[in-house]
Design a protein around this ligand. Structure first.
Ligand code: FES
Length: 129
């Protein structure tokens, strides 16, 4: 087991904004600098008082994101993110950055939320399952 808490691609814990049924965050939250070149974080973990679990938002490309509910589908433990995967500290289940099961005992994929991009903001619809 690794004791590394964060991937080297950088993560950021921030409080999201909830507007209606959407969790909203600016696309620019993913921007970061490497030397003097712009680069992008692989994922951001969003927390909010109204959310029982954090949401991990992965960025695959300019137009491709995935928002994952960080609740293990085995027995509901909060997951931890390690780069491209999410791990459960309880019994070791692992999920991919798209929410698919990579290792049990969990046998159902993570809950994911649709993400749309509007005016340089990501809108993550929390209503849709
Ligand atoms: S609760 Fe996550 S593996 Fe059991």
């Amino acid at each position: 087991m690794t004791t590394l808490m964060q991937g080297c691609t950088g993560t950021k814990l921030l409080t999201g904004k909830i507007v209606g049924d959407d969790l909203v965050l600016p696309v620019s939250d993913f921007k970061t600098k490497k030397g003097n070149k712009d680069s992008f974080k692989k994922y951001i973990i969003v927390q909010h008082d109204m959310l029982q679990y954090p949401v991990c938002v992965y960025r695959f490309s300019e137009n491709e994101y995935a928002a994952l509910w960080m609740r293990c589908t085995h027995q509901g433990t909060e997951l931890q993110v390690f780069g491209d995967k999410l791990q459960c500290p309880a019994h070791g289940s692992e999920f991919t950055s798209k929410g698919l099961v990579q290792n049990g005992p969990a046998n159902a994929m993570l809950r994911t939320f649709p993400v749309i991009i509007e005016n340089n903001q990501l809108k993550i619809s929390l209503k849709a399952a």
